[in-house]
Design a protein around this ligand. Structure first.
Ligand SMILES: Cc1cc2nc3c(=O)[nH]c(=O)nc-3n(C[C@H](O)[C@H](O)[C@H](O)COP(=O)(O)O)c2cc1C
Ligand SMILES: CC(C)CC(=O)C(=O)O
Length: 411
């Protein structure tokens, strides 16, 4: 390549691939604050050990679903209305009865201490921050205790569960979370076993000393910390602890343990959504686990309309997977999501700058959503509907400098 100038479209230096949005300032050697969520990915990649980065980024198999989640947003264009008085845009809403500052939240992810020392405490502080006050779904594999998180959170906390063989342990964590003030349970139903995550296998992924599933002490065996070349300690662990026999009839047992609302995470079809709604489930998260489970499964934005139609307003429908821009949030809301949850970008923010980084990532998405609502002539969430969207050929390649470089490369 002979052209060494900055690409006028992507803003990326075509030779070095550096991005002015994230590149170090030679005068101060301090990186300017990223202007997009993708900018935090670049910072996180620089800061994290390779094995951790690949655990965060990786999907199952060929990662086709990871890519599909992003591509789906590019296939949907916006139909802005004009002369709509957008002098004030209102992003506030409620989820499961609780008021929140914006229709987004943090998806459950294991072991935030892999990203920063404060772990999930940093995350819940960020999510509760001014102007946000958004929910955090805390993984049952969190690296900080529920009680520590409840002491710091100002936004709602929901507890994500896997269906453990040890039902007594499940009962104990549910009781503890309830006592600590958690507001809902989220049962993940797309993980009867772990997807084949090749990056984890290749890196022999295992937990470093000092990081553990703090709410399952005594239950989690040491092999989470044991390196074994050619296999992932997390996959070995999940296969030992997660009960793959989970079926619809087991939901009654969970209902009997708690008065908290019960949300199912990992639904992708009208059939399952209709059945869940018929059973009186309190919410559904349309999710493919960020492409980490069944490789080749449908993109979440594409699955959303059939789930929303099947539920028919009987419970709120949420979505996660591939949310990287405010316009992505807008598109999901227009297709009927009550709110969206954000996964990897929060870990990028934590890795880049702890609580401040996570807060900046969430604030960026909130601010970009507000911009998009104003420019689309839709100042209130109630005004969002499918007429905002047009389907067409995929948009031209995005500004790749703001996309996660690793996902661009593929596995
Ligand atoms: C590092 C990592 C750990 C995760 N851990 C969990 C988990 O413990 N429980 C769960 O239900 N989902 C887990 N997920 C899936 C997320 O909740 C979410 O579905 C997904 O990350 C959303 O896609 P996104 O990362 O593209 O935003 C994890 C995802 C990542 C990236
Ligand atoms: C500990 C794992 C089971 C967490 C998870 O769901 C994931 O890594 O996607």
């Amino acid at each position: 390549m002979t052209d060494t100038g900055t690409d006028p479209v992507t803003g990326t230096d075509p030779v070095t691939g550096t991005d002015p949005a994230t590149d170090a300032d030679p005068a101060t050697d301090a990186a300017p604050r990223p202007l997009t969520v993708g900018g935090y990915a670049a910072l996180a990649k620089d800061r994290l050990p390779a094995a951790t980065w690949h655990y965060f980024q990786g999907g199952a198999g060929t990662e086709s679903t990871v890519r599909a989640n992003r591509a789906a947003y590019r296939q949907v264009r916006l139909r802005p209305r004009v002369l709509a008085d957008v002098s004030r845009c209102d992003l506030s809403t409620t989820v499961l009865g609780d008021p929140i500052g914006a229709p987004l939240g943090v998806a459950p992810m294991a072991y935030h201490q892999l990203a920063c020392a404060d772990g999930e405490v940093a995350t819940v502080r960020a999510a509760g921050g001014s102007g946000l006050r958004v929910p955090t779904i805390v993984s049952i594999f969190a690296s900080r205790t529920f009680e520590d998180l409840a002491a710091e959170a100002t936004g709602p906390l929901w507890l994500q569960l896997y269906w453990l063989h040890r039902r007594d342990v499940l009962r104990t964590v549910v009781r503890r979370a309830e006592a600590a003030g958690f507001r809902a349970l989220v049962l993940t139903v797309d993980t009867p076993r772990l997807g084949r995550r090749l990056r984890e296998v290749r890196h022999g992924f295992h937990l470093p000393p000092g990081i553990a599933a703090r709410n399952l002490d005594g239950e989690v065996t040491g092999f989470l910390h044991d390196r074994q070349d050619g296999s992932s300690a997390l996959a070995r662990h999940a296969d030992a602890f997660i009960d793959p026999s989970l079926s619809w009839s087991d939901l009654d047992w969970l209902r009997e343990q708690t008065r908290l609302p019960l949300v199912l995470k990992g639904v992708l079809t009208a059939e399952d959504a209709a059945r869940a709604a018929g059973l009186g489930i309190d919410g559904i998260v349309v999710s493919n686990h960020g492409g980490r489970q069944l490789d080749g499964s449908v993109a979440t934005l594409d699955a959303l309309p059939e789930v929303v139609a099947a539920v028919g307003g009987r419970c709120p429908v949420f979505l996660d997977g591939g949310i990287r821009h405010g316009t992505d949030v807008l598109k999901a809301l227009a297709l009927g999501a009550r709110a969206v949850f954000v996964g990897r970008p929060v870990l990028w923010g934590l890795a880049a700058d702890g609580e401040a980084g996570a807060r900046e990532v969430l604030t960026l998405l909130r601010d970009e959503l507000e911009d998009a609502m104003a420019l689309a002539g839709r100042p209130s969430l109630a005004a969002l509907g499918p007429e905002l969207l047009a389907r067409g050929p995929a948009a031209a390649a995005p500004n790749e400098s703001y996309e996660d470089p690793d996902l661009r490369k593929g596995p």
